[in-house]
Design a binder for this molecule. Structure first.
Ligand SMILES: NC(=O)c1ccc[n+]([C@@H]2O[C@H](COP(=O)([O-])OP(=O)(O)OC[C@H]3O[C@@H](n4cnc5c(N)ncnc54)[C@H](OP(=O)(O)O)[C@@H]3O)[C@@H](O)[C@H]2O)c1
Length: 277
């Protein structure tokens, strides 16, 4: 039985991933901040001292995109230094590392889907810090998989799908941004996609693990309400009309080389709540 150590195990992705990896026959070592702080090199080294595992999947991160704009140092400490510490210790122990990254490493100016080797140019502190994490992982552990995902949702965290459904309980009209497009991704598909990459003996490198096809936030909201039979008026608005502290890419669409099914199929499954994991 192969063993996966998963950081960020109490997060939105982590909680689902623990179940999915276990169901797929892995022994999972779930770790979060109370096991060790990824920014503390000594704690990281001590934790790994007598530890044996086949893969480390590094999902722990500072994920509050807007807060990162005013907490730059903390975002870099967790997303860059944390990744560096894990990359160094895994390299020392000859363990491959999977680092979960983001579409926010791109500036959104491309007219077609982003390929893994496309030029990065983050527009937010969060994007910069996650890119710095990618570079640290590349630098310190040659056995790396960098898996970029986008527009992530899952039942154990704050996410767009649940936010829309909750808002519909108190509002009769919702304004949703219609000039940003991307690939919604269910935590389940991210976990499956990562396992497929490592099990199929893919070469080390960068992969895009996100839902196939793309949509705008407005289109995504429309589909959520349609599938849930919720009657609500939604109005398409521009990013300018809906300012946020951190700049978001206009185009977040990533080419996933068929690593995941379509976002529509996944959304339907998520909303049916029939997933048995
Ligand atoms: N959510 C998205 O839309 C999205 C999109 C693209 C990529 N990603 C990436 O996907 C991964 C998973 O995202 P998620 O939404 O599941 O994140 P999440 O729910 O915020 O979970 C992150 C986990 O990391 C833990 N953590 C934070 N700082 C830590 C530290 N210093 N040491 C140890 N653990 C620490 C957090 O603990 P606390 O809660 O106690 O801080 C939390 O349990 C992240 O790498 C994220 O950057 C997410």
């Amino acid at each position: 039985m192969k063993t996966i150590l998963l950081t960020g195990a109490k997060g939105m992705f982590g909680q689902d991933a623990v179940k999915i990896f276990s169901k797929r026959g892995y022994k999972v070592i779930p770790v979060d901040i109370e096991d060790f702080n990824i920014t503390d090199e000594v704690s990281v080294t001590n934790y790994f001292k007598d530890l044996e595992c086949d893969f480390v999947i590094h999902a722990a991160a500072f994920t509050n995109v807007d807060l990162a704009e005013t907490e730059r140092e903390k975002a870099f400490l967790i997303n860059e230094k944390g990744a560096e510490n894990l990359a160094k210790i895994t390299a020392e122990k000859n363990i491959p590392i999977v680092y979960i990254s983001t579409d926010y490493v791109f500036d959104g100016g491309k007219d077609s889907a982003y390929l893994p080797d496309d030029k990065t140019n983050p527009q937010s502190v969060y994007g910069e810090s996650k890119l710095a994490g990618e570079l640290a992982v590349k630098k310190y552990n040659s056995k790396h998989f960098i898996t970029r995902t986008s527009w992530l949702y899952g039942k154990n965290g704050k996410n767009f799908v649940d936010t829309m459904i909750n808002l519909s309980k108190t509002q009769s009209v919702l304004k949703v941004v219609d000039d940003q497009k991307g690939c919604p991704t269910w935590t389940y598909d991210l976990a499956e996609g990562i396992l497929n990459i490592i099990e199929n003996k893919n070469p080390y490198g960068i992969y895009h693990v996100c839902g196939s096809n793309f949509i705008t936030w407005y289109g995504f909201a429309k589909k959520i309400f349609e599938l849930k039979n919720i009657n609500i008026e939604i109005l398409p608005v521009t990013t300018k009309e809906f300012p946020r502290p951190a700049k978001r890419p206009r185009n977040s669409v990533m080419e996933n080389n068929n690593l995941c099914r379509t976002w529509e199929e996944s959304l339907q499954k998520y909303l049916e709540n029939t997933a048995t994991f």
